[in-house]
Design a binder for this molecule. Structure first.
Ligand code: BGC
Length: 857
């Protein structure tokens, strides 16, 4: 932003009264800031989140492109691809009237128990930083703001609103602050979100870290907003560098509004602080095009059309990590094991039929469609037979087609009618689905307090004879009727002390059996007293549930094993769901829920050609992994999940992913997410993820950075200082752009710039594609420091780059290792321990065939 613009912004602040200024510092509602005509400010809209742009409505009427989970994006190790996802999200934001996205989440994978693990990128600060910078640059290049969150140490969910994280300064700097620093400095993020938790005794919305680090050290000129309802104290938060309390309005949420006005009038809070906050709000608005007459800082927005399905399909495939592939079972050969064609594919598992494309919580979006593994394999023309194998552990899904029909039976969906306290119908909605979430009032009516009761009406039509389970999940009073007979009339309550995330993602379930003949339909009416909902101040939320008839778990398992035994190949899709991995709570076990381990073992025993697809956003235990031919880790793959899966299974696309986080073999030795008396101490210090496994000499199941493609590689040579004077020349000949070099002509330095800083070390690695297919390899370089006087990890990621090569081709890739990679934090500053570091290059943290030494002064 130019000086001229800054003067203009200051002039606009000066035109406002103290009341006008303070009004701007709390949201106008759940998702938007106040407009202020006297400053030329329009309403600026914020929206979650990392896996898609939700917009202001949160249901199937306003769909959003659902991108693969952030763990998947990081697994691509491909900054260009992630930048393109940032641009796709910006296009989505523009389409949905959103100015600022509440993403990316750059907390670290401190422990796999973390409920929002799927929503963060990696356990490694450098990989998180590189992917985060690319994401933010992509988004903001299109004039949509990023909000880097949650600053800082919100790495798990238990007691997230109150927990105090105790952490030493070095660990804070080298691990948890590092991604924020890189993104703020290099990508100039326009907003940062202060977390719910505290760090070393201060809740983050009042933390001295905001001003001391963000403002004073990193020179951050953007806005700091609170996480939703995280602003606690009037004066302390105002004196800290918190600019915006969300959500609003102040009459309902947060401690600012009139209380802050009084504090300013009484001289307890300096008005200059208020002016700076308003300036930052106006600067954000100017950047996103929300101020009259102020140019947005992104420049002209490229109107390039985005082929969303194609991009999401390719990105999902590029994120899948092939962790095991015995006898090269994958890719499946369409000519079949005996050359007579690929016969029947047994598709088995609880995650095969309903696409599990995202984790739970505020990152949830409603995609326009989602392709399940079953849909994807069928669309690829395979002869697929499906058996769920086990279902018992799953929460019942919302009622859906073909069973759910509007009252007239004309289309899938349901009708909703809203009633006033005096019993009058005051509005209605026609809905396509049975998931209801009104969070910002009722779109059809407006203010939530006008609605006393609502009614959902639909038909349920049986496709086969049997017992259907019909019910509801939600909180408050529900009355369910079929053909005017009451099935239940109950008040469902949430666990005392439950976090809002848990309340939203895993509310209680009430089901009732309904016996139906094939083709028979019943009318269904679900009545709900809105004022009994804990969200009554904003609206309410619940789902109408329906589970069609099925066998017992034993019967389902037997049928699946028989199907596998009689098929050419068995593809078992196991995993978690958005109710298992979610904001608001941590996992307490890393085991696959229910009887999925037993199912895999039985299927693998019945068919040696068994591929297990693991559909989870975060690591789960796979105790049978050496008993199956192939293991493909696919994350929560976004709306194109099933198509990408078919592409990779059939070799139309490479499984391009490498693990962004270590997959443990057991739960032994993992950091705990459970606070003790309100305090969570990061006792493991620097040793999370591969740093801990390496130090302890423990073998993980799958190491950080690992993943196979469909070809093989040899690592032939490493050269240090290969072209130090001219790092821009280090672009792989004819290959892809190294991931941690500045782009040609780019003015931003590599990670993390620490002016004045030295340029860093250039390394060239020569690799050869020794297989028979073209492929992509992620070349990784790790640093280590034998004989250090300082406690250090055995090795740490220093840089990486992706290369593409044809069979037999040799490619040299250049990777620039910035000076920061060799520094550590000591005595309040970054320090270089002079001497010799070892650089090791290879395909994962556990496979590093090439080494070289570099001496630094
Ligand atoms: C989450 C944030 C999210 C906000 C708004 C909070 O509960 O922690 O990540 O952006 O809600 O939905």
């Amino acid at each position: 932003m130019s000086d001229h613009d800054e003067a203009d912004l200051r002039g606009r602040v000066a035109r406002l009264s103290t009341e006008q200024k303070i009004r701007l510092l709390t949201g106008a509602d759940f998702w938007a800031l106040y407009p202020e005509p006297d400053a030329g400010l329009r309403r600026v809209v914020l929206s979650d989140g990392p896996a898609g742009v939700r917009g202001e409505t949160w249901d199937e009427r306003d769909t959003s492109a659902n991108v693969p989970s952030p763990t998947a994006l990081a697994a691509t190790w491909d900054c260009d691809r992630v930048g393109a996802i940032g641009r796709l999200l910006a296009a989505e934001a523009r389409r949905k009237g959103v100015d600022v996205l509440l993403a990316p989440t750059v907390n670290l994978h401190r422990t796999p128990y973390g409920g929002r693990h799927f929503e963060c990128f990696s356990e490694d600060p450098l990989l998180t930083a590189r992917i985060g910078v690319a994401y933010v640059r992509g988004l903001q290049s299109q004039g949509v703001g990023a909000t880097v969150k949650h600053f800082v140490c919100n790495d798990s969910e238990t007691e997230r609103m109150s927990v105090d994280v105790r952490i030493d300064e070095r660990t804070l700097r080298e691990l948890y602050l590092a991604p924020f620093e890189a993104i703020v400095r290099e990508a100039c993020a326009w907003a940062v979100m202060a977390a719910y938790n505290g760090v070393n005794g201060s809740t983050m919305t009042e933390s001295p870290l905001l001003r001391a680090i963000l403002h004073d050290e990193w020179g951050y000129d953007g806005l700091v907003m609170s996480d939703w309802t995280a602003t606690r104290a009037t004066e302390a938060a105002a004196r800290a560098a918190l600019d915006l309390a969300m959500p609003g309005p102040a009459e309902r949420f947060g401690p600012w509004g009139d209380a802050l006005l009084a504090a300013v009038r009484a001289g307890q809070v300096d008005e200059a602080l208020i002016d700076d906050k308003v300036l930052r709000i106006l600067r954000l608005a100017a950047r996103v095009g929300g101020l009259d007459g102020a140019a947005s800082s992104s420049g002209p927005i490229s109107p390039a059309p985005v082929d969303i399905p194609r991009q999401l399909r390719a990105t999902a495939a590029a994120s899948f990590v092939l962790a095991r592939n015995e006898r090269s079972l994958l890719p499946l050969d369409r000519s079949g094991p005996d050359g007579s064609g690929l016969g029947r594919v047994a598709l088995i598992g609880p995650n095969a039929e309903i696409a599990r494309t995202l984790g739970g919580g505020s990152a949830t979006v409603y995609p326009p469609y989602s392709v399940s593994p079953l849909d994807g394999l069928r669309a690829a023309g395979l002869d697929v037979a499906f058996a769920p194998g086990t279902l018992g552990h799953l929460r019942t899904a919302a009622a859906r087609a073909p069973w759910l029909l509007r009252p007239g039976g004309s289309a899938a969906g349901a009708d909703v009618r809203f009633f006033s306290p005096s019993g009058e119908v005051i509005g209605s909605e026609q809905r396509d689905a049975a998931v209801f979430r009104w969070m910002n009032g009722f779109a059809a009516i407006g203010a939530p307090e006008q609605v006393d009761r609502l009614e959902v009406s639909c038909l349920i039509q049986a496709t086969e004879a049997g017992t259907y389970q019909l019910g509801v999940t939600g909180i408050g009073r529900f009355r369910l009727l079929t053909d005017e007979a009451v099935l239940f009339d109950e008040t469902l309550t949430v666990r005392k002390g439950a976090d809002v995330g848990e309340t939203l993602m895993a509310p209680p379930v009430r089901l009732a059996p309904v016996a139906l003949a094939a083709g028979q339909s019943v009318t269904v009416r679900l009545e709900h007293d809105v004022h009994t909902s804990p969200m009554a101040a904003f609206g309410t939320f619940f789902q109408l549930l329906l589970e069609p008839p099925h066998g017992t778990d034993d019967e389902e398992m037997e049928a699946a094993v028989a199907l596998a035994a009689g098929s050419d190949v068995a593809v078992v899709v196991v995993g978690t769901t958005a109710e298992v991995e979610s904001e608001g709570f941590d996992r307490t076990s890393l085991a696959l829920p229910g009887r999925q381990d037993e199912l895999v073992r039985k299927v693998a025993a019945a068919n040696p050609r068994t591929v297990v697809v693991v559909n989870s956003g975060a690591p789960v235990l796979l105790p049978w992994s050496d008993q199956v031919a192939a293991v493909l880790l696919t994350w929560f793959g976004g709306q194109e999940f099933g198509n990408a899966l078919a592409d990779v299974l059939l070799g139309e696309a490479e499984p391009g992913g490498r693990l962004p986080t270590t997959w443990p073999a057991s739960e032994d030795g993992l950091p705990s997410a459970q606070p003790d008396d309100g305090v969570l101490t990061y006792t493991e210090g620097l040793f999370i993820g591969y740093r801990a496994f390496d130090r302890d000499g423990r073998e993980p199941l799958f190491p950080f950075g690992c993943g196979r493609g469909y070809t093989t590689w040899s690592y032939d040579s490493i050269t240090v200082d290969c072209d130090e004077a001219n790092p821009g020349a280090l672009l792989a000949p004819g290959g892809t752009t190294p991931q941690n070099l500045p782009r040609a002509g780019a003015s931003t330095p590599p990670f993390p710039p620490d002016p004045p800083g030295k340029p860093g070390i250039a390394v060239c690695v020569e690799v050869r594609n020794t297989g028979s297919r073209p492929g992509r390899e992620v070349v990784q370089v790790y640093a280590s420091r034998p004989d250090s006087a300082v406690e250090r990890p055995v090795r740490w990621l220093a840089g990486f780059a992706a290369v593409d090569a044809d069979p037999g081709e040799t490619v040299t890739v250049g990777i620039l290792l910035p000076e920061r990679v060799f520094q550590h934090w000591a005595d309040g500053g970054w320090t270089l321990e002079a001497g010799t570091f070892t650089l090791a290059a290879g395909s994962s943290s556990a496979s590093l065939p090439l080494t070289a030494a570099v001496t630094l002064k």
